[in-house]
Write a protein that binds this ligand. Structure first.
Ligand code: URA
Length: 244
């Protein structure tokens, strides 16, 4: 891996914000290969150097797992000639080998896992595992009164596709808009938008807030990412919300 600034490395390892880790480094709490390093701009090779904070070694894991708060307007792809991509939100020195787990539409925001662990990605996306996905959506138009029951029973889409049982909850009802939470245990193309359309609404804003047992960190701004903690990695591998 190319050499990178010490403060940047520690921030990517979730030791704190860039500002916070700079203060930690300046106050002498960080050692590189056993020697205190007080310069946040010092260059280190994450593969070669041992970096410790308060004596605890902060290593890159063999595999990398990031939580990204995907902003609207970027596509879930590694590279694209015309559009900004989710991988483009990562600095070049981290990007190599990374890919997004599953896909969110260009206009969808929220929780996206970016990793270099193909086995984990496969397990999370496997239709047989039914890992839950929770979305919050702003919807225009009047939803059918029996929409939640139809979601729970296994909704038929306009093209004849039948969805697995899902959950629809109304969070808030405004004059023109309804805020809803949708919980699925599968991931068909444009599934939330198509399910909402089948019960009379139009999704005007969509955000994924949970995947398996892992919830999007509310403090992570749109467009930002950070490494998962060990606890979060374990939560991600749980099936999440049970439906019926
Ligand atoms: N359902 C959709 O319609 N779009 C997404 O991006 C994810 C789920």
């Amino acid at each position: 891996m190319p050499r990178m600034r010490l403060d940047k490395l520690l921030a990517h390892l979730s030791c704190g914000s860039r500002k916070e880790v700079q203060a930690m480094i300046r106050s002498g709490r960080v050692q590189v290969d056993g020697a205190v390093q007080t310069d946040p701009a010092a260059k280190v090779d994450p593969d070669e150097s041992q970096v410790a904070l308060d004596g605890a070694v902060q290593g890159y894991r063999a595999q990398r797992y990031y939580m990204l708060n995907k902003p609207a307007g970027v596509i879930t792809a590694n590279r694209d000639d015309r559009h900004e991509t989710v991988l483009g939100l990562f600095p070049a020195e981290l990007r190599r080998g990374l890919f997004a787990v599953g896909r969110l539409d260009k206009d969808t925001e929220g929780l996206l896992i970016v990793t270099d662990d193909g086995a984990l990605s496969h397990a999370l996306m496997s239709p047989a595992r039914h890992v839950s996905k929770v979305y919050e959506a702003a919807v225009e138009g009047a939803l059918a009164p029996d929409a939640a029951e139809r979601f729970a029973a296994g909704l038929g889409l306009k093209d004849g596709t039948v969805c697995r049982p899902a959950r629809l909850e109304v969070l808030a009802q405004q004059a023109e808009r309804t805020q809803v939470r949708v919980t699925l245990r599968e991931g068909k193309y444009h599934q939330v938008k198509r399910m909402i359309a089948a019960v009379g609404g139009t999704v005007v804003q969509l955000r994924r807030v949970q995947l398996g047992g892992l919830t999007l960190d509310p403090a992570l701004p749109a467009g930002a990412f950070r490494e998962l903690t060990e606890a979060e990695l374990a939560l991600l591998q749980q099936p999440g919300v049970q439906l019926g």
